[in-house]
Design a protein. Structure first.
Length: 308
């Protein structure tokens, strides 16, 4: 079993991208101007409990620009700092398949047609993947690779209700199956540190995902952001967030339990500094990753080490 992915003790996204595309690839974060059934009244109006007003798209480009303009504006910023030639078009804000299929076809086709774009990544919900949308994704996946990022967060029903996720686990399973039947890669978002969840609960989510046909995972530290209902609960003392050492220990446990074939797309996440209430140490992301790599080396730890 591989213990080293180009110097890292886990199957990093950077490693996978270099293997696939032969060089470093960056993401450009786009805004398709969509809403979410958890915000527009279909399922709810307040969004998921942790979601900021930007719908997790706080770093996305300006939705007033065309898709091509958004891509070009982000490429201009990124390429000024370093020589990059290949990009992933990432629709991040809100639910990016929650619109008429004609509109989705227009924006996704425009993104995938950009000469610098090598893949399309779309963040969405499992309950927003109807047959017409699946057909469109299948079609686009024949042109360039399409990845679908699904916000699962947890497998535990009690937590799912608390965070107002709005769909059952069976819906997630069906979405994964439908996407994989079409050869579309699935990346799953999980949140570590949700109120009421123990380390055992979190590892149950990891072990469950090992049994699903998924290609990637995001391990997102719970961020408490201003203006969210989660912030109210936090400020009222209803739960605590992880200290840095606690989180690093948990992260290593998760990695050791995860199948080494699953690509790690994220380890901590970025809370926008102007919105982040807690944990404040999370804003020093580079420091956290350096500590993680050091600690894994000291412990002789690697992804999949504890996999049965």
């Amino acid at each position: 079993m591989q213990k080293n992915w180009n110097g890292k003790p886990y199957h990093s996204l950077d490693y996978m991208l270099r293997e696939t595309f032969g060089e470093k690839v960056y993401k450009v974060t786009l805004n398709g101007g969509m809403s979410c059934p958890n915000r527009d009244g279909k399922l709810g109006s307040r969004g998921c409990i942790f979601c900021s007003a930007g719908g997790s798209g706080d770093f996305a480009a300006d939705a007033a620009l065309s898709v091509t303009e958004q891509i070009d504006s982000q490429i201009a910023i990124l390429s000024a700092k370093r020589p990059i030639h290949k990009y992933i078009a990432y629709f991040q804000a809100y639910t990016n398949t929650y619109a008429p299929v004609e509109y989705l076809r227009k924006i996704f086709t425009e993104a995938i047609a950009h000469p610098s774009v090598v893949a399309l990544s779309i963040g969405t919900r499992p309950d927003c993947l109807g047959d017409e949308v699946l057909e469109l994704l299948d079609e686009l996946n024949q042109v360039k690779p399409v990845w679908i990022e699904l916000g699962l967060q947890t497998i535990h029903e009690k937590t799912a209700q608390y965070i107002r996720r709005g769909y059952r686990l069976s819906c997630f399973e069906e979405a994964v199956q439908n996407l994989r039947e079409r050869g579309i890669d699935v990346i799953v978002h999980t949140i570590l540190g949700l109120p009421g969840e123990s380390e055992e609960d979190i590892l149950e989510t990891m072990n469950y995902l090992n049994r699903q046909n998924i290609q990637g995972i995001k391990l997102q530290l719970l961020h408490v952001l201003k203006g969210t209902d989660l912030a109210d609960d936090y400020l009222n003392g209803k739960f605590q967030v992880y200290e840095r050492e606690e989180y690093l220990n948990l992260l290593i446990e998760c990695l050791e339990h995860l199948d080494p074939s699953i690509v790690i797309h994220r380890m901590t996440g970025d809370g926008p500094e102007k919105l982040l209430i807690a944990p404040l140490w999370a804003s020093r992301k580079r420091e956290v990753l350096n500590l993680l790599h050091h600690e894994m080396k000291v412990r002789d730890s690697w992804q999949g080490k504890r996999l049965q």
